[in-house]
Design a protein around this ligand. Structure first.
Ligand code: MN
Length: 423
């Protein structure tokens, strides 16, 4: 039986400026971006209402900056008002982007909304049935919270379904500032059924059950580094204390990256056709949303010479955008990067007397000489289990087939580094 049904969102970053992009983007792309974070938030409110959720939880970074705009604050409160009118509670904490000491307009929040202060406090989800579910939350008083907030939580009453609402960096997640650092262990030790986290922008379930520890990610990607579907989690809390988690996309414009290997294309026309085809596939996969794409051209081939000509990358992007940007939904190529290299005559180079020739011959021996292969493979467990290196290596020690792929990759990397201009 479902005891509680809620939507968990975080990192709305309302009114994100989309730095630099709005200048370069055509009008309809710029307009879409300008409204994107707001529209995604409205989609979250619609999701709560459509799914008849009991509550919305927002785990910090509602606004993009401490100097949050009045427009952003009003739009946020409007959403909470819509929830309140539908009988849905809202629980909000603030993070490093929107700490309590930032400027704030004195706006009237609806009575159904609970905003957490600078100390952990508890709020029942159902005012007429406080023993059913409780949210424990805390906000950042200022931006640079460097202490472990979980340690301030203390024991909580375990009878109701307990939710922790927190903006924090768990286990030093790379790529995000180390605010309110804590460990997964800290979170598992606390008496919670569900940790509703915010801060890390790519959704992640750190622990599935008992308790569930979840980052929903930001609901709207804001740069080529925030690709793919983004949204919130619809959570059904069951009577046994576990949850059913369901991700729901709410983003209204999607960022994607793709790579095209020029080695597979002999002519400029073939390359253009491949780029158009990829743009079409991206749009097909975006569920009716517009797409902003960053394209990377890679590999070795004749086309490397064409790509090296002045302004070629801009002209390519122009060709792509002429075909895709005026459609609804649009696809817009934001940038094309050239990571290609000239063709490489392996047969000629392997017979040479330089270091690269030696590398190529060693790669050949690693493939054909069983003794060398065994020696190399024998060294791998030490690397994959090494306390420093294993974090850069995913998965288990490679098997025979994976080892062959590694040799191929290593050779390619060495060639790219050593034969930079093909000469
Ligand atoms: Mn954030």
């Amino acid at each position: 039986m479902t005891r509680l049904r809620f939507v968990h969102a975080a990192d709305l970053h309302l009114d994100s400026p989309f730095k630099g992009l709005r200048v370069a983007a055509p009008e309809q792309v710029a307009d879409t971006l300008y409204n994107a974070t707001f529209k995604a938030y409205e989609n979250i409110v619609d999701l709560c209402i459509g799914e008849r959720a009991d509550a919305l939880l927002v785990a910090g970074d509602i606004y993009d900056g401490a100097d949050r705009s009045l427009r952003a604050q009003r739009r946020f409160v409007e959403g909470l008002e819509r929830l309140h009118a539908a009988g849905i509670r809202s629980f909000v904490c603030h993070g490093n982007h929107d700490p309590l000491d930032g400027w704030e307009a004195r706006l009237a929040y609806p009575p159904g909304c609970h905003r957490f202060g600078a100390e952990f406090e508890s709020a029942p989800v159902f005012r007429d049935d406080p023993g059913r579910a409780v949210v424990h939350g805390v906000s950042y008083p200022h931006r640079d919270v460097t202490e472990n907030l979980v340690s301030r939580l203390g024991r909580v009453d375990t009878a109701p379904f307990s939710i922790g609402l927190l903006h924090a960096n768990v286990d030093n997640h790379p790529g995000h500032d180390p605010y309110a650092p804590c460990s997964l262990h800290d979170l598992l030790e606390a008496d919670m059924n569900y940790w509703a986290l915010g801060h890390v922008h790519t959704r992640q379930v750190l622990h599935k059950q008992g308790p569930s520890v979840v980052y929903p990610g930001n609901p709207q990607g804001r740069s080529p580094n925030e690709t793919g579907a983004r949204g919130a989690y619809l959570v059904n809390a069951l009577d046994d204390g576990n949850v059913d988690l369901e991700f729901r996309a709410v983003d209204c414009v999607r960022w994607e990256r793709f790579a095209v290997d020029i080695g597979a294309h002999e002519t400029e026309q073939a390359l253009l056709d491949a780029l158009h085809k990829s743009m079409e596939e991206l749009l097909d996969g975006a569920g009716g949303r517009p797409v902003i794409a960053r394209i990377s051209l890679e590999g070795r081939g004749e086309l490397n010479r064409f790509l090296g000509r002045a302004d070629t990358l801009d002209h390519l992007a122009e060709q792509i955008n002429e075909a895709w940007t005026d459609r609804t939904p649009f696809a817009w190529c934001e940038r094309i990067e050239n990571r290609t290299a000239p063709t490489f005559d392996r047969g000629a180079r392997v017979a040479g007397s330089d270091f690269l020739a030696e590398v190529l011959r060693t790669a050949d021996r690693a493939r054909s000489d069983p003794e060398l292969r065994e020696r190399l493979r024998a060294g791998m467990p030490g690397l994959y289990e090494h306390h420093r290196f294993r974090r850069y290596l995913s998965g288990a020690v490679p098997n025979e087939e994976e080892f062959a792929a590694l040799v191929r990759e290593a050779e390619m990397m060495a060639v790219n580094l050593l034969a930079e201009d093909g000469e």
